[in-house]
Design a protein around this ligand. Structure first.
Ligand code: PRX
Length: 664
């Protein structure tokens, strides 16, 4: 196995000591939607039939001729021949059945709030779709969305979907340059943004960033600007229009554009192992069925639930579990705009109490932060409404799991640790809360209808008790269909490592290391490639390296993710300067800022070490494992293949003094 599992096996040994098992309580089981393990067997017995049954719960204009066409693997088609518009499952049918049911409780960071019923949501989506259509947006056109977490964000996604125009949401924390690159890759026609976003009491100048990006985006014809803060922005004559002006007087109805099940619903960019992000393509039918089904199963969704996912819609979690999954299930959700510590560290818990939230879905990095802040914050509030509590984005350490169980779940709400990816579209590995025994730190077993395994270097399934690479062994409805405009890269990244095309055996390589315990439970161990996971956000080492070498002072850079007790991983950079220059504090600050400008603040290195040389193999490959070891201030790894091994001790020495100074 690759060197990374060396770290992994250390982790797994610690995890294997974890023997606590939590059975679903009798109280929970008695009210659960699913309380019999037979669901796993049913799905296994007739996998495609089981998925078809789930699909029947959605609204179709024309049913499928075939559930799955895998004849052109790895390019899948689900619900072949079916026609639908995803917004009809998410809106129209609920408007008919229950128009006054609340779709979203919006909680603004400054303390404002808004209640939006299904009818109101439907009407505003239609108005905006009418507005976008007037701007020339047609079926198939790509629309970029770059906004804060305000109600107009899900409205924008849905308005695009209403028109059959694929959306490309770019997280509001990304920089102008990142937005520009994504807009250009998708060749978006329109960008939707807001004047500014509220964040941690301050303002994020989204419109200004968008203006700068669009200077170099020849495909953009129009910019729609939602007024959130009322901040001063420059509107460009003929290009820019305020959202409120655009929707003013527009009809509150808009016939849904009918799409094929396999038409593109959205593209969402994610970091891979090169500096160029990948445009992950999801299509309408399969994605809807996958997101809705998993949301219902994993969160034990009931009609009166108040569900709260704390993710940002800029990431896939928000797409699937704030917008499409919950709305398809007709749920009432809470959307929160800001950070968890504004105005105080109990903001999430205040929201849970205020709305009597029944499910909360958050990230391990947030849970570890709450642990650090102390139990006094959740203890200020009545959290007894919580029935199911979820995590996503990175491995959760048993200590954080127990804390979450005790102080948030009150020892009674089951934890659903959900493993999935931007590429999978929806949850793949997770407990079903009324059925599956949980173990702190394990995402447990694949959901019904999914096939996952752990294999060794040769692609052979490992026995229980062993580790290897996580793979997905069966196609699933929400799977990515391709990488936008790059089908070769799609095949190469995900399907070349363990598939055997000559035997028509297709195996999806997820890029994660994992281990099966003696019960066959899955324990995820983190990425095995050059992708870092910072607070649950994927960032490529190469992206950060290329941002660093873009700075005129930098000759070469190497970036690794080092373990961090709050953010999971932190970005550690090693930099050599041009002309043999020595770095100083000023340059260090400048480089961190440079990365923020090139990518976004989330990619700012936590530490930068200036070094005369980088450790490399004889073939010139940077030895990341060694740098990671140095970063984590561990004993050095095997350095015998280093061409310039004498630099290593020097780097190690500088790293330890520099990191102790820069500790965040
Ligand atoms: O490494 C895994 C980790 O996050 C990666 C996917 O990142 P992204 O596409 O940004 O999607 C995040 C939200 C779905 C995975 O390859 N990951 C996600 N969930 C878990 C996880 N690692 C361990 N346990 C999880 N529950």
């Amino acid at each position: 196995m690759a060197d990374e599992t060396r770290d992994g096996s250390v982790t797994i040994e610690a995890l294997m000591d974890e023997t606590r098992v939590f059975e679903p309580s009798a109280e929970f089981v008695s009210q659960a939607n699913i309380s019999s393990p037979s669901i796993y067997e049913d799905a296994k017995h007739d996998r495609l039939g089981w998925w078809a049954e789930q699909a029947e719960k959605m609204l179709w204009r024309k049913k499928w001729d075939q559930v799955l066409d895998w004849s052109n693997a790895p390019f899948a088609k689900w619900f072949v021949g079916a026609e639908l518009n995803i917004t009809e499952s998410c809106l129209d049918r609920h408007v008919q059945a229950n128009p006054d049911k609340v779709a979203f409780y919006f909680e603004g960071e400054p303390g404002d709030s808004r209640v939006i019923t299904y009818k109101e949501l439907y009407e505003e989506v239609c108005q905006f779709a009418n507005g976008l259509a007037d701007l020339g947006v047609q079926k198939g056109d790509r629309v970029a969305i770059y906004m804060g977490m305000i109600p107009e964000l899900p409205i924008a996604l849905l308005a695009c979907a209403r028109l059959g125009a694929p959306h490309s949401v770019v997280f509001g924390g990304f920089s102008s340059d990142s937005l520009r690159d994504r807009v250009n890759d998708a060749e978006a026609k329109v960008v939707i943004t807001c004047d500014e976003g509220w964040r941690n009491g301050g303002r994020i100048e989204l419109k200004n960033f968008a203006d700068k990006a669009v200077e170099e985006c020849p495909s953009i014809e129009k910019m729609v600007v939602v007024q959130r803060t009322g901040g001063d922005v420059q509107m460009v004559e003929g290009r820019d229009i305020y959202y409120h002006d655009l929707i003013d007087g527009k009809a509150k109805e808009r016939p849904a554009t009918i799409t094929d099940s396999e038409d593109m619903l959205f593209v969402l960019y994610t970091s891979g192992t090169t500096a160029r992000p990948k445009g992950i393509v999801h299509t309408v039918g399969g994605y809807l069925v996958g997101a809705a089904t998993t949301h219902r199963l994993v969160f034990d969704i009931k009609p009166d639930d108040i569900y709260f996912c704390t993710a940002d819609i800029g990431w896939v979690t928000g797409h699937s579990y704030i917008v499409y999954g919950p709305l398809a299930n007709g749920v009432t959700s809470v959307i929160y705009e800001g950070v968890p510590n504004y105005p105080d560290k109990d903001r999430f818990w205040e929201i849970v109490e205020k709305y009597k939230v029944t499910q909360i879905y958050t990230a391990p990095t947030a849970i570890r932060t709450f642990m650090k802040w102390g139990t006094e914050y959740p203890e200020r509030h009545d959290l007894s409404s919580l029935r199911v509590i979820g995590t996503v984005g990175e491995p959760i350490n048993p200590e954080a799991w127990i804390w979450y169980n005790t102080f948030i779940g009150g020892g009674k709400a089951p934890i659903v640790d959900t493993w999935w990816q931007t590429e999978t579209g929806h949850i793949m590995i997770s407990p079903i809360p009324g059925v599956t025994r949980t173990k702190p730190g394990s995402a447990t077993i694949p959901l019904p209808g999914m096939g996952a395994d752990i294999v060794d270097d040769e692609g052979v399934s490992v026995p229980n008790g062993s580790g290897g690479y996580l793979v997905l062994t069966e196609p699933w409805p929400g799977m990515l269909r391709t990488i936008y405009k790059d089908p070769e890269r799609f095949k190469d990244v995900y399907w070349s490592r363990f598939s055997k095309p000559s035997e028509n055996k297709w195996v999806y390589f997820a890029g994660d290391g994992a281990k099966k315990d003696l019960d066959g439970y899955f324990w995820l161990l983190g990425r095995v490639d050059d992708v870092m996971n910072i607070s649950g956000h994927r960032i490529s080492t190469l992206e950060v390296e290329s941002a660093l070498v873009d700075h005129p002072a930098v000759a070469e850079a190497a970036v690794v993710g080092r373990a961090d007790s709050t953010t999971g991983q932190a970005i550690a950079a090693f930099v050599t300067l041009k002309g043999g220059n020595q770095g100083d504090e000023k340059l260090l600050a400048e480089l961190r800022e440079h990365v923020a400008v090139k990518i976004g603040k989330i990619a700012r290195p936590a530490s930068i070490v200036f070094t005369d040389e980088l450790p490399k193999t004889r073939s010139g490959k940077i030895m990341r494992r060694l740098l990671r070891d140095i970063s984590e201030q561990r004993k050095l790894g095997d350095v015998t293949t280093l061409a310039n091994s004498d630099v290593v001790n020097e780097i190690a020495k500088r790293a330890s003094s520099s990191m102790s100074k820069q500790a965040d």
